[in-house]
Each structure stands twice: as structure tokens, then as C-alpha cells.
Write a protein that binds this ligand. Sequence first.
Ligand code: ZN
Length: 246
Amino acid sequence: MRYAIISDIHANLEALQATLDDMAGRHVAKVICLGDIVGYYPNPNECVKICREQGFQCIRGNHDDAAVGGCGIEDFNPVAQDALRWTSENLKEENKEWIRQLPEQCIVEDHILAVHGSPWHPYAYIFSPGGAARAFTYLSVHHAGIHVCFFGHTHQRALYYSREGSVQEIERKTRFRLDKSGLYLINPGSVGQARDGRPGASYLMFDTDRMEMEFRHVPYDLDLTQRKVIAAGLPLMLAERLVLGI
Ligand code: ZN
């Protein structure tokens, strides 16, 4: 079965639409979304509507929780806090209700785990092989049958591999075939707010029959998103960072 793994849309409609356009014709059976559907950009209702109507398998992220009152905003930076206040005011109640009922993580096909930040906590970041090692240990204790864990939250592509206790970061590969005896932690990057220096939307295709994955990068109309950020009165920095991919 072929899955598209998307994460951190952050209410960026142009980025989400470009991602869906890129998926079209690639025989995607299911889209799995790793959370942070909203927060930062100006189209939270439209992005939630697409996820709902197209039946994406979604989990909640920290921005989703904060936008619907599921956690406080004090741990976010000032720009994120401004955007979360705006999102909370503009998100329709029915969309808030939908977000509230999303799970914190989910298992697909018995051997794939989808989390927002890390397997042990949705708000924790995995930024390094050390963080990945902790996650692999956690998985082996709490999720014995899991072979692949997808995570988001950092907005940066990542691919970690573990076998017989050693952890390796596999870099600069766009396509990759997974080895059935290893464990993998894979971050598809962010749809709505790139932080890897490459402006555009990132996501991942995963074919469970062939055990092959492919990182995808898609350009979109950044100018339009920027104009909408300004028109909505959201922090200017959110528009500026899109062109830098930071
Ligand atoms: Zn995020």
C-alpha cells in the first residue's frame, strides 16, 4: 500500500494544495498527517476541512492542542503565541471539536507508528542521533512490533536507522529502500513552514509493499501566502521566514 506522510501544515493552504497536486496520479491509498495542522498561517479552517473531507489519518500536534485550549500557550515563543491567539479566534468551533477528538498517536498496518514529536511525548523534539537512540529504546520497550516510526515537529527531514543497538543518521538520500530487520525513525519535513533552508513544501511517499520511501519537495506560491499573512495581521516574521526556509 502506498502512503503519503505529511506533517506541520500550519494552516498554509497554498503549501497544502501544492502537496496534494504533487501526490495526484501517484496512487496514494492513504494520507497520514503527523499533526500541527493549524498555527502560524492564515487558513486553519480550509486546511482542517481538506484533512476532514479527504479522510486523512491525523494526529494532534502541540499547535493544534494550543489552538483549541488543550494546553497553554506560555511555552511558545512570542510570534507563535500571537499566531495561536489569532488561530483560536478564527477557527470555527466545529473544527476545534474535530481537532480535540484526534488521537495523540496512531498505528498503521501493525508495524508503523505515527507521532508528532517523539514516541514518548508529542511535544518532545528529536534533533540528533542521541534523541533518536532514546526513541529507539522507547520503541523497543513500549512498541515491540513497530518497524517504522514517523515523526514531525522539527520541520526538518530526517532518517535514522537502528540495528543491533547502533544508531545511524542517513543523510542526503531522496529515495531509500528499508531493510526489514532494522528500525527506522523518519521525519518527512514540513508542508507549511520549511526549516531546512529549502523554501517549499516537504512530504514523503512510503510504499509498504516495496518498503521504499521517497522524500518529496514541492514549490508553491509563497508570495500569495505572504500577502495573506500580512492581510490577516499575523506577525510579519511568519511571511519573511517562508522565503528563507527557516
Ligand atoms: Zn510544527
